[in-house]
Design a protein. Structure first.
Length: 435
């Protein structure tokens, strides 16, 4: 092999490895991967296979053995087919990214690219019998034919359409996304022109790989910032202003009636606020006992407010596990605010934890007014709190989250966590509490 061929094979093998690693990172660190993320993963794997087949084409080029004859034909066929598949995937990725940001949602331009690429693939397949796209000489060296230039034109047009859409919708994209899109569409467009005049190095494939990795970096950076914003917004949103106002009103009334009880209430309220603020430092998981300390402060203030109308029963069978911060507190608050508060007469809140069949069960139950689970989206406060908690349980602990509710008969929320949520196992007897 020539030195330039060795360099080409090494670069493509390294690029394939990096693409596979990037795809695996997304899979491992994101539980609920949206369509755009799945498209990017597929594109990374596709590009990895493309580079590997292109490496084989260079390795076996000029090999006149039977193995060399088959390997050059199979590898070149796969390279061109995967190139079209790769470009189709990236057009889909750009479409989904723009649509998710509130930009152009017209899918017709993507379909047009699909049609063009299907035509290109058909030329490649026909070329296996006619040599219209490419062929091989007596020494088993690949050379281009007229169909290659048609295919290059199709690819160039595909990049041009993507470039137009990226520029047109640039204002809805983040800076990183915008720059990665420009790199993806303009860099390969430049190398496509270069490839017309220079043969021996796959400039187009290398340009697409570098651009794809730039898109991957932009995607990961966006996910990091989005996750941080989501966590911060969820935590801020879950410390409901109405609870703060009601607690201050309760303390105000106690100051005149029972100063000692007012001081005790201030201690619990300040501990609740201090604990809530402390949990906003970006932690994804905290010990269940830490979460329950916050819940206890919250329940103390609600007990002061509702008096005998609110009964609290806790049956804690296991505590040595972790939960997302403010997750249990949010469910407890929803049970009181959307359940027990609307009930005529006293209501009861149950909090239970237990280990069943090697899994941790957390149950928050109330005998309040209940609601129609199918219409939960119409109840903004309830819906947001529940969905935020569900998402964090599923993404950080790979747990399950279910709600059962019946109008007039209360609500039961059950969280089931795998045992890897345990921080330190301790066999504790079930200790019932009543508040």
């Amino acid at each position: 092999m020539r030195s330039v061929d060795v360099a080409q094979v090494c670069m493509e093998a390294w690029g394939a490895l990096v693409c596979v690693m990037c795809a695996i990172i997304i899979i491992l660190y994101r539980t609920n991967i949206e369509k755009r993320g799945r498209t990017l993963i597929t594109a990374l794997f596709t590009n990895a296979f493309l580079l590997l087949f292109d490496s084989l084409a260079y390795i076996y080029r000029g090999n006149v053995s039977t193995l060399g004859w088959y390997m050059t034909r199979i590898s070149n066929l796969m390279v061109f087919v995967l190139e079209y598949a790769m470009l189709s995937l990236m057009a889909t990725y750009i479409y989904r990214m723009i649509k998710n940001r509130g930009g152009d949602s017209d899918f017709r331009w993507v379909k047009a690219i699909y049609i063009g690429h299907a035509f290109g693939v058909s030329l490649v397949l026909i070329s296996q019998f006619t040599g219209i796209y490419y062929a091989f000489d007596a020494t088993n060296h690949y050379y281009r034919n007229t169909g290659w230039y048609v295919g290059a034109g199709i690819m160039y047009l595909s990049f041009a359409i993507c470039a137009y859409k990226a520029v047109k919708n640039r204002r809805v994209l983040t800076t990183g996304e915008r720059h990665s899109m420009y790199l993806y569409v303009f860099f390969p467009m430049f190398t496509t022109v270069v490839q017309f005049f220079i043969y021996g190095i796959s400039f187009i494939n290398l340009a697409i790989t570098l651009s794809l990795l730039a898109i991957y970096v932009a995607y990961v950076v966006h996910q990091i910032y989005a996750h941080a914003d989501l966590q911060r917004n969820m935590l801020l949103g879950q410390m409901q202003p109405h609870f703060v106002y009601n607690s201050l009103a309760t303390i105000r009334s106690l100051i005149m009636e029972d100063p000692e009880l007012a001081v005790e209430s201030i201690d619990h309220f300040s501990s609740y606020l201090r604990g809530s603020v402390r949990l906003m430092d970006g932690q994804q998981l905290i010990p269940f006992e830490t979460e329950m300390e916050l819940v206890d402060h919250y329940l103390y203030m609600e007990k002061r407010r509702f008096g005998e109308k609110l009964h609290i029963e806790k049956s804690i069978g296991i505590v040595d596990f972790q939960v997302p911060p403010l997750s249990i507190q949010t469910l407890v608050e929803n049970a009181i605010r959307h359940g027990i508060r609307g009930r005529i007469g006293p209501g009861t809140l149950w909090i239970r934890t237990e280990e069943v069949d090697g899994r941790i069960h957390i149950i928050i139950e109330d005998d309040g007014v209940g609601f129609d689970v199918k219409k939960i989206k119409n109840q903004d406060g309830l819906h947001i709190g529940v969905e935020n908690t569900r998402r964090r349980i599923e993404t950080t602990l790979h747990g399950t989250f279910s709600i059962k509710s019946e109008i007039g008969n209360g609500t039961l929320v059950e969280i089931i966590l795998p045992m890897h949520a345990v921080t330190k196992r301790g066999d504790k007897d079930e200790v019932p509490h009543r508040g």
